[in-house]
Write a protein of this length. Structure first.
Length: 559
C-alpha cells in the first residue's frame, strides 16, 4: 500500500483574501490499487471576479469526483474527463453569471500517486517539483505568455482545454512540492531543500517555513505549499494483499458451505470448479466458483482469482455474468454468481449446423452489448470464445469467465517486463498479442469475428489459431463462403475485415462491425456490362466452338 507523509500551509499573504485552494484525498480499501492518493493545488487568477470560487471548484471537483469514477478506469481517463467537465462548467459560469471570459478562472496542478507511479496533471503557473537524491527538479511548465505574468492557459478561459500530462516512477524518500506562484517565485529550490533537511520529521513545519520565507523575500501574492513524502511506493498488489482466505475443501452434493447447499457440479477444469448451489437464506439457485487446489501455493493465481471476482462486480449489463454479494461471511476462498439455466455457445453451435442468419445476428448484437459494457469500464475481456458465452432459456446471451480480463486501472504503471500473454484459447486470440506482446479492445473485436465465423462455418478463419509468430506470417484467411456456400457473398468481406491480422486494418469500432454484418450493401440499380469471356469463360468457349463448327458444316454444304 502506498504510504505518504503530508504537510501543508496556506495564507493570504499581503492580499486581503486567499484565493488559493489545496487538498488531498486518501483511498479506501481496494481503491489503494485502483485510485491511489490524489493531491491538488489551485490558484484563482488575480483580477477575475470569482477567483476563490474558481480554485475551490477545481480542487473539490477533482478530488471528490475522481474517487467516484469507475475503479476500473485509468488515472488519465478519470482525471481528464473530470477536468474537461469542470472547465466547461467554469467557463459557462463565467459567461452566464459574470458576463466575462475571465469571470471564473484558476490554475490547477494535481498529483496522483498509485502503485509506484506518479501521474501529473497541470494547467497554469502553479507548480509541482520533486526533491530526489538532494536535487530539486521542476516537473511542470509555467503556462505564461513570454516572461510576463499573464496566463497562457488556465481552467475556465474557454471551452477547449489543453492539459499537460506526464507519468514518472516514484521512489521511497521522494518529496513532492505543490506550490502557487506566490511561493515559488520568491522561495528558491535551494532554500526548499534546506528546510526539508532541517525538519525531516515535520512536513507541516516545512510547508509553513517555505511560505514564510517567500513572504519575507517580497511575495505579493497568496501563499500555498503542500509537501508530500513517499514513505512506501505501494508496489504490492492490493489483490494479493487480500489473499488471506484458505482454499475450500472438496465439495460434494448435499454439503453446506456458509449457508450454500451444494446440488451438483456444473463445470470443472484444471483451474477451477463451478457448482450449482441453493442459498439456504432465500432459496435462490446460484453458481459457486472455487479455485483449484492445484494452485493453493500460487500467489499469482490467487491474486487473479480475487481480481476475477472484483471485475464481475464492476460491470452491470444483462449480457455479463452477475457476481452476487455475499449474504454471509465466507470462511474460505470462493465467490457466488447468478445461475444461468441454459447452454454454452459451443453447445449451441453443435446443435445448429446451419443456423439462420437472424439468429446469428441476434447473438452478435447481444455479445457486442456485453463487450461494449466492459470496454466502457476500461476493461478488455481477452478470452472471448464459445465456451465463455452462455445462452439462457429465454435466448439471452451472457459473457462469463473474467479470469483473463485486462483492467486499465490495475495495469497502468506495471513494468512491461511483467506483461503476460492472456490465458485465453489460442484459436481466438488476436495476433497482436504475439506481434506486440499486448492487445487492446481490437483484440476483443477479433475474437468476436472468429466466434461469428465459426458459428457460420464450424471452422476457424485461418484454419487454426495463431500459436506462434510463424503462424501469424504464413496462415492465410479462408473465405467463409468457400467453406459454406450458403453465406451471402457480401458477408465474406465483413468477416474478413473483423479478423485481419493487423489491428489497424480491422474494424475500429464494434458498432461499425455490427452495422456491416447486419445491413447488406445496397444493390446497384444498373449492373455494369461484363463480357461473357470474363463472366463465364467455359460457356464462352463452348459457344464459340459451337459457332465455328456450324460455320464449318455450312461451308462444306455450300461447296
Amino acid at each position: 500500500m502506498t504510504q505518504i507523509t503530508i504537510g501543508a500551509f496556506s495564507d493570504k499573504g499581503v492580499k486581503q483574501e486567499n484565493e488559493d485552494s489545496y487538498g488531498v484525498m486518501l483511498p479506501e480499501e481496494l481503491q489503494t490499487l485502483t485510485k491511489g492518493i490524489a493531491v491538488a493545488v489551485a490558484d484563482g487568477m488575480s483580477g477575475c471576479q470569482a477567483g476563490k470560487a474558481a480554485s475551490e471548484t477545481c480542487v473539490k471537483s477533482l478530488l471528490e469526483d475522481y474517487f467516484s469514477t469507475p475503479d476500473s478506469w485509468s488515472v488519465k481517463k478519470s482525471i481528464s474527463k473530470i477536468l474537461l467537465a469542470t472547465n466547461r462548467w467554469m467557463y459557462g459560469q463565467g459567461q452566464s453569471v459574470y458576463g466575462s471570459d475571465l469571470g471564473m478562472v484558476s490554475t490547477l496542478s494535481a498529483l496522483v500517486v498509485k502503485s509506484g507511479s506518479a501521474y501529473i496533471f497541470h494547467i497554469g503557473d502553479s507548480r509541482i517539483c520533486l526533491l530526489r537524491a538532494g536535487k530539486i527538479d521542476q516537473l511542470t511548465t509555467d503556462h505564461r505568455y513570454g516572461k510576463g505574468s499573464a496566463l497562457a492557459r488556465a481552467m475556465g478561459t474557454g471551452q477547449h482545454l489543453e492539459i499537460d500530462y506526464r507519468i514518472i516512477e516514484v521512489r521511497r524518500g521522494d518529496v513532492f512540492f505543490l506550490t502557487t506562484d506566490g511561493v515559488h517565485e520568491f522561495a528558491g529550490p535551494v532554500m526548499m531543500k534546506q528546510v526539508v533537511e532541517r525538519h525531516p520529521d515535520d512536513l507541516m513545519k516545512v510547508a509553513q517555513e517555505i511560505c514564510i520565507n517567500a513572504l519575507d523575500h517580497g511575495s505579493d501574492d497568496n501563499l500555498t505549499c503542500q509537501v508530500i513524502r513517499i514513505d512506501d511506493t505501494g508496489r504490492e498488489n492490493a489483490f494479493r494483499a487480500r489473499c488471506h482466505l484458505s482454499f475450500p475443501p472438496e465439495l460434494e452434493p448435499g454439503m453446506l458451505l456458509d449457508g450454500y447447499e451444494i446440488i451438483r457440479d456444473l463445470h470443472a477444469n484444471a483451474r477451477s470448479q463451478v457448482y450449482l448451489a441453493r442459498d439456504r437464506g432465500n432459496g435462490d439457485l446460484v453458481a459457486l466458483k472455487t479455485p483449484s487446489a492445484n494452485f493453493n501455493d500460487d500467489a499469482h493465481y490467487i491474486e487473479m482469482f480475487h481480481r476475477e471476482e472484483w471485475v464481475g462486480r464492476q460491470v452491470s449489463s444483462p449480457h455479463i455474468l452477475k457476481v452476487l454479494p455475499f449474504a454471509r461471511d465466507r470462511s474460505c476462498l470462493y465467490y457466488v454468481t447468478e445461475y444461468i439455466a441454459g447452454q454454452t455457445l459451443r453447445e449451441w453451435i453443435n446443435d445448429h449446423p446451419a443456423p439462420e442468419m437472424s439468429m446469428v445476428r441476434d447473438i452478435l448484437r447481444q455479445l457486442i452489448q456485453g463487450v461494449r459494457a466492459m470496454h466502457r469500464q476500461d476493461m478488455v475481456h481477452q478470452d472471448l470464445k464459445p465456451e465463455n458465452i452462455m445462452i439462457d432459456a429465454a435466448g439471452t446471451v451472457k459473457i462469463i469467465d473474467f479470469g483473463s480480463v485486462k483492467v486499465a486501472s490495475v495495469e497502468e504503471g506495471r513494468d512491461a517486463s511483467q506483461t503476460r500473454l492472456p490465458a485465453g484459447a489460442v484459436d481466438y486470440m488476436a495476433p497482436e498479442y504475439l506481434l506486440y506482446g499486448d492487445g487492446d479492445r481490437g483484440g476483443d473485436l477479433y475474437s468476436l469475428g472468429v466466434v461469428i465465423y465459426e458459428m457460420l462455418t464450424h471452422k476457424l478463419p485461418y484454419g487454426k489459431g495463431f500459436a506462434n509468430m510463424r503462424h501469424v506470417r504464413h496462415l492465410d484467411y479462408i473465405p467463409a463462403s468457400q467453406v459454406n456456400p450458403d453465406i451471402p457473398p457480401w458477408l465474406d468481406p465483413v468477416l474478413q475485415k473483423a479478423v485481419l491480422k493487423d489491428p489497424r486494418d480491422r474494424y475500429q469500432s464494434l458498432s461499425q462491425f455490427e452495422r456491416d454484418f447486419t445491413v447488406p450493401p445496397p444493390v446497384q440499380a444498373r449492373v455494369a456490362f461484363m463480357p461473357l469471356l470474363e463472366k463465364d469463360p467455359l460457356t464462352f468457349w463452348r459457344a464459340l466452338s459451337g459457332l465455328l463448327a456450324f460455320l464449318l458444316i455450312l461451308a462444306l454444304l455450300l461447296r
